[in-house]
Design a protein around this ligand. Structure first.
Ligand code: F6P
Length: 462
């Protein structure tokens, strides 16, 4: 292969540029040109295919920095319908005309679902990214455990997981952790630690909502910030037990900090935050308001008198507050763990294309003997018997539902990722750059302005 393409799909993460840089560095070594497609699949859907040559003369462009969050080539949730063969043929033709011989898609489970029709037309592999940490399998047989249950509403069925017959061991996980996850946990840990002091000082109950859709990994990792209670989407909230625990803690320490994943449900399976659901262009449910729903629930249970009697607040509304960590946990500089492994996974994706692999992904594995190492995995190994790829659920054994915290196994899972996740340069950069006096004089200069000058188009638009 002489020229390959790369695109970044779905929501951004702090480590996408690191993945691209890892891919370009490997491609330079192997004398392969890399074109970056602008804004994910949108570029391929556009007849003029906006793209950037990322390594002219086998030297990476200076804008490509592993420490820069987000993605210099832009991302979007645009996707290509697998049934739309006319569009797929147009894309294959555009790739031919650009002499692109293989494609790397940096993405999550949605992107992995989407690359199959490409892989039938040109070699395509995936390099993983997602802050949700839900691209992977708890064990190799997991896709076989999905069942379809008939229902009246379209599409006529829903998916249900059958009881697992595999003995779970963290060593057997496929894609142990995904670039972006560690940085996003780092940001939520900071958020929790900062909210705590306000909760302590003002005798409040703080509910901090993290991202992650239906995956509880971010909430689980936020345990490093020592919240009192963690609620994850995989384990329904027992409202009675929650209220009792909040009461105990509030009476003991005059403040409580709760962390919840945005997709938490009640015991009937209803998503607390889905009171006003919406969808993004790829059909993903956009969740909002789990923390607000929990706040209302606590306000109702405690009532104003409870807080007034203790002279801690004039009303329940004043005592219970919510904060979403939101997009701050998806943006900004990636910490060392994410940068390092993102680059390796990007490099591995290049090797995979050059080895002739197709419809496959690079993965990050962990073993007790070897620690972390990168490997590759067949994309079909992620598919259920109907061809669908599911987001990985956090294994329920990671969570102790009595204590509402990570279990022993959950802690065992977190330690390898986070123990040395922050590098010296991460702390040094804080010291040197946060109060850089130059920032007061210079207006912000967006990398998009520079990349814009490098964008080229497929000359003959169809
Ligand atoms: O999948 C990543 C993610 O950040 C989820 O955790 C979150 O629910 C969603 O994307 C938010 O998407 P958007 O940035 O499009 O609002």
């Amino acid at each position: 292969m002489r020229r390959i393409g790369i695109l970044t799909a779905g929501g951004d993460t702090p480590a996408m540029n690191a993945t691209i840089q890892g891919a370009v560095t490997r491609a330079n070594k192997r004398r392969v040109e890399v074109y970056g497609f602008i804004k994910g699949f949108s570029s391929l859907l556009n007849a003029s295919v906006p793209h950037v040559h990322l390594n002219p003369l086998f030297t990476e462009i200076p804008e490509l920095e592993a420490t820069r969050g987000g993605t210099i080539i832009g991302a979007s949730r645009a996707y290509v319908d697998a049934k739309d063969t006319a569009t797929l043929e147009q894309i294959a033709d555009r790739m031919r005309r650009l002499q692109i011989e293989g494609l790397i898609c940096v993405g999550g489970d949605g992107t992995l679902n989407g690359i199959q029709p490409f892989a039938e037309r040109f070699p395509t592999v995936l390099a993983p990214k997602t802050i949700d940490n839900d691209l992977g399998l708890n064990h190799r047989n997991e896709p076989d455990e999905w069942e379809r249950v008939l229902q009246d509403a379209p599409p006529g069925y829903r998916y249900k997981r059958a009881r697992s017959r595999t003995t779970f061991d963290i060593e057997g996980m496929i894609n142990y952790g995904t670039p972006g996850y560690a940085t996003s946990v780092y940001v939520s840990v900071e958020g929790v630690q900062r909210v705590r002091t306000t909760a302590e000082s003002h005798r409040r109950i703080a509910i901090v909502e993290g991202m992650g859709r239906h995956s509880g990994y971010i909430a689980l990792g936020t345990a490093y910030g020592q919240p009192d209670i963690i609620l994850v989407p995989e384990i329904p909230v027992n409202v009675g037990a929650l209220v009792e625990r909040v009461r105990e803690l509030y009476e003991l320490q005059k403040n409580v900090v709760i962390v919840c994943g945005e997709g938490v449900t009640d015991e009937s399976g209803r998503e607390l935050g889905a009171q006003h659901p919406s969808h993004d262009p790829a059909g993903n449910v956009v969740l909002s308001g789990a923390s607000e729903a929990l706040r209302h629930l606590l306000i109702e249970h405690f009532g104003d008198a409870y807080f007034q009697n203790y002279r801690r607040a004039e009303s329940a509304k004043a005592a219970v507050f919510t904060r979403k960590v939101g997009h701050t946990q998806r943006g900004g500089r990636p910490i060392l763990f994410d940068r390092f492994y993102a680059a390796q996974l990007g490099g591995k994706a290049v090797d995979m294309l050059l080895e002739g692999q197709n419809n496959a992904l690079s993965i990050l594995q962990w073993s007790r003997d070897k620690g972390f190492y990168v490997d590759s995995y067949d994309g079909n190994g992620f598919r259920d018997r109907w061809g669908q790829i599911h987001a990985r659920y956090m294994h329920p054994s990671f969570y102790d539902k009595e204590l509402m915290r990570p279990s022993r196994i959950g802690i065992e899972y977190l330690l390898p990722i986070f123990t040395n996740a922050i590098g010296h340069s991460d702390t040094e950069v804080l010291r040197q750059s946060v109060f850089d006096s130059g920032s007061l004089f210079r207006p912000f200069h967006s990398v998009n302005t520079d990349i814009n000058k490098r964008i080229r188009y497929l000359e003959q638009a169809d």
